[in-house]
Design a protein around this ligand. Structure first.
Ligand SMILES: [Mg+2]
Length: 285
């Protein structure tokens, strides 16, 4: 177990809700990280909650439920909170039933329509036909036409939001594919404009919505993740406990290089170490 921890391990035992990143934290590709089953099991026994939070806006929640079920992890749709859920929450607060031009997958578009938003699919010169927002998500069905129209609307001054800033998405064999952050850079190259709001981690929005919805206090929530600039920063920005696991992207050297205010409060080799801490607290009761 790593000895670098800013706070005592007792603080971890007070946590009531663990917000879990998925890739690099509970699984790597198709392989479940050691200690994950035991960790989830002990949360149930101790009446603590696990929620999965992800920036990925290309999949529906039901697809994640299926993916985890295939790995032997049982979770319901209510156990997930994605950048898409947080996007809809914020759109509803600001502009319910807004008209949207979307760079996103068909699953993403369908979800937005189900939530009462209107999808605009072409470029209109007429003001009354134009979208209220351009929404950039992780679009694995991106076409040149969609990109061109989005750039036109953004250049014209239509408000522009993005679901998350990740540059790449990890896939099999250590390879990565272009993610929403890369599209943000592409659009910036064309329009010299960036999104006015990026919903996903490191923005604390997802965490804040969960805390509001379930009534958790700051010291009752922890984020466990493998990326400093998304998972850990979102926890720091939300003022909740930050736990970095070294089972994914981040190395000890990366953490040493990070500035003091961006360092996680806890560093562990993997989720197994957190299970060990919770298990020991059970024995003490
Ligand atoms: Mg991750």
């Amino acid at each position: 177990m790593s000895s670098y921890n800013k706070l005592g391990i007792e603080n971890i035992r007070q946590i009531k809700c663990f917000l879990l990143d998925m890739d690099g934290t509970i699984y790597l590709g198709d392989h479940v990280i050691e200690g994950t089953y035991e960790f989830l099991d002990i949360l149930k026994k101790q009446n603590k909650r696990a929620m999965y939070i992800t920036n990925n806006s290309s999949k529906a929640t039901s697809q994640y439920v299926e993916k985890l079920a295939g790995m032997g992890i049982s979770a319901g749709e209510e156990d997930f909170f994605t950048s898409v859920n947080a996007l809809v929450y914020n759109l509803n607060k600001k502009h319910p039933k807004a008209r949207l031009f979307v760079l996103g997958t068909p699953v993403f578009e369908k979800y937005l329509e189900e939530q009462g938003f209107e999808i605009i699919r072409q470029y209109y010169v007429e003001k009354e036909k134009r979208p209220d927002y351009v929404i950039l998500a992780f679009d694995m069905t991106l076409t040149y036409d969609k990109l061109r129209i989005a750039c036109d609307y953004i250049a014209d001054g239509v408000e522009y939001w993005a679901t998350h800033p990740d540059m790449v998405c990890p896939v099999k064999d250590g390879r990565v594919i272009p993610d929403a952050g890369s599209f943000i850079e592409c659009i910036y190259g064309v329009t010299k404009k960036r999104p006015s709001f990026v919903v996903g981690k490191p923005n604390p929005c997802m965490i804040q919505v969960i805390m509001e919805k379930y009534g958790y206090k700051n010291n009752e929530v922890a984020v466990i993740g493998d990326r400093l600039y998304t998972d850990i920063l979102s926890a720091i920005n939300a003022g909740v406990c930050s736990i970095c696991v070294l089972s994914g992207e981040t190395t000890k050297a990366d953490i040493e290089k990070a500035s003091e205010e961006n360092k996680p409060q806890y560093i562990f080799e993997s989720i197994k170490d957190i299970y060990e801490i919770l298990k020991d607290s059970k024995n003490e009761c």
